[in-house]
Design a protein around this ligand. Structure first.
Ligand code: 13P
Length: 251
């Protein structure tokens, strides 16, 4: 049985004060929640949010990470710095990193390996653009991102990897993939993972869906066989929109 995992990606929003307030509200509202829950505030708020979350059941996530342990990498944040402020999960290969900041699969793979080596859990994001979908390339694109992103990993390391399928055309647009279409891609992702690693590993892995998830569509998405969680952007920025998503089974 795969345990549902709902994660909030706050992107480039929230000052420290705002982040602490929101984290405090979530820790209170979700105190008895049994699902796995994570929030990923911006780097500047991680230390302060860690203080708020440290006795809660909400995990602290980061939105990105540098590809090497330390060195002359102006503007980057290292894996050790993330661990130092209490981060336990890192989102890698988000489409905004891939498309706006031109991160490629090889770089993302370096980060994945480094994060796992340092015992962080990884949420590896994959997903096609609208053009790629229209050109019939969605499965190819996702397959390449998966195979390249997970290159060189041992099967047992997959226990600490979560895949987030986020079709780029559904992010921040209000357009959600139809649950059946999303499930089809999730099933394809599981098939690829099964071939590359093992069927058992693929069956146990959490595959989140991301792209305009909200209270009104989360239940239907989570009811699909291969959708095990959600990576939520916009709707994770307020307790009143994120809490009902986490508690989708109570809607
Ligand atoms: P939205 O929920 O705002 O579409 O963002 C999804 C996302 O990119 C989460 O990582």
């Amino acid at each position: 049985m795969r345990k549902p995992f709902i994660a909030g990606n706050w992107k480039m929003y929230k000052t420290i004060k705002e982040a602490v307030e929101l984290a405090g509200s979530l820790a209170g509202a979700l105190a008895s929640e049994k699902k796995k829950v994570m929030i990923a505030p911006p780097f500047t708020a991680l230390a302060a949010v860690h203080e708020v979350l440290k006795d809660s059941n909400i995990l602290l996530g980061a939105q990105n990470m540098g590809p090497v342990e330390e060195g002359a990498h102006t503007g980057e944040i290292s894996v050790k710095m993330l661990k130092d402020v209490g981060v336990s999960v890192v989102i890698l290969g988000h489409s905004e990193r891939r498309h706006v900041y031109k991160e490629h699969d090889h770089l993302i793979n370096e980060k994945v390996k480094l994060a796992l080596l340092n015992r962080l859990e990884v949420i590896l994001c994959v997903g096609e653009t609208l053009k790629e979908r229209e050109d019939g390339l969605a499965e190819n694109v996702v397959e390449n991102q998966l195979i390249n992103g997970l290159d060189g990993l041992q099967q047992k390391q997959l226990d600490s990897v979560i895949i987030a399928y986020e079709p780029v055309w559904a992010i921040g647009t209000g357009k959600t993939a139809m649950p059946e279409d999303a499930d089809k891609m999730h099933s394809y992702i599981r098939k690829i993972l099964g071939k590359r690693f093992s069927k058992k590993t693929a069956e146990s892995m959490i595959i989140q869906y991301g792209g305009s998830v909200k209270q009104g569509n989360v239940r239907e998405l989570m009811n699909m066989e291969n959708i095990d969680g959600a990576l939520v952007g916009g709707a994770s920025l307020k307790a009143e929109t994120f809490v009902p998503i986490v508690q989708f089974d109570k809607n």
